[in-house]
Design a protein around this ligand. Structure first.
Ligand SMILES: CC(C)(COP(=O)(O)OP(=O)(O)OC[C@H]1O[C@@H](n2cnc3c(N)ncnc32)[C@H](O)[C@@H]1OP(=O)(O)O)[C@@H](O)C(=O)NCCC(=O)NCCS
Length: 159
């Protein structure tokens, strides 16, 4: 199976909500929240489409131009599509978009103990900033992580 990625639009709302409720059965975003995310002028969402047509992943950035700061809002990959590098690839694309918007500090929240996600973010250079007790509900703490956005890497010509 291979996947292609493109920017998400409100037309993707139904498929994103189907995946959202599958991945987060206990605390999925409501349709209204997801629609607000997709329609937010300061947002930037990507979807990954499998070659069978299914939306298998999405990831979103919120980065108002002029603030120098941005947030990774979500990174969500269908179980069948995990460990193929989709999340890493999407976060790197969000990072490029953040850089384009002048973001210097990129933040995110991840549930403490969500080892796949914490490992992914650490591998990409995010560092621990704080723990926010009960952020996701009683006993479900959030870790706030931050990446100081590095300059774009360019390869030497002919190198
Ligand atoms: C976390 C999540 C987004 C990772 O998506 P993914 O597409 O499988 O991740 P990738 O294949 O890009 O993995 C990149 C790296 O992250 C780390 N990683 C990913 N899944 C991991 C796992 N289950 N255990 C340990 N490390 C993991 C690895 O370092 C991996 O690199 P490697 O495969 O070369 O070892 C996915 O598991 C998911 O959707 N989980 C449920 C939703 C969620 O928790 N989202 C994060 C909310 S903050």
């Amino acid at each position: 199976m291979t996947w292609s990625q493109r920017r998400a639009t409100l037309d993707d709302l139904d498929e994103l909500m189907a995946l959202e409720t599958e991945i987060y059965p206990d605390d999925a975003w409501s349709r209204e929240i997801m629609a607000g995310e997709l329609g937010n002028e300061h947002g930037y969402y990507l979807v990954a489409l499998a070659d069978d047509g299914a939306v298998d992943a999405y990831a979103g950035l919120l980065a108002p131009i002029g603030t120098g700061q941005g947030d990774i809002q979500t990174v969500s990959v269908a179980p069948r599509a995990r460990r193929r590098g989709l999340a890493r690839s999407m976060v790197l694309q969000l990072l490029n978009e953040a850089r384009r918007r002048g973001v210097e500090e990129l933040f995110l929240e991840v549930r403490v103990g969500n080892e796949p996600a914490e490992t992914l973010y650490r591998e990409l250079g995010f560092e621990d900033l704080a723990v926010r007790p009960n952020y996701y509900g009683p006993g479900a703490d959030a870790r706030t992580m931050r990446l100081i956005v590095p300059p774009a890497r360019t390869a030497p010509a002919g190198g």
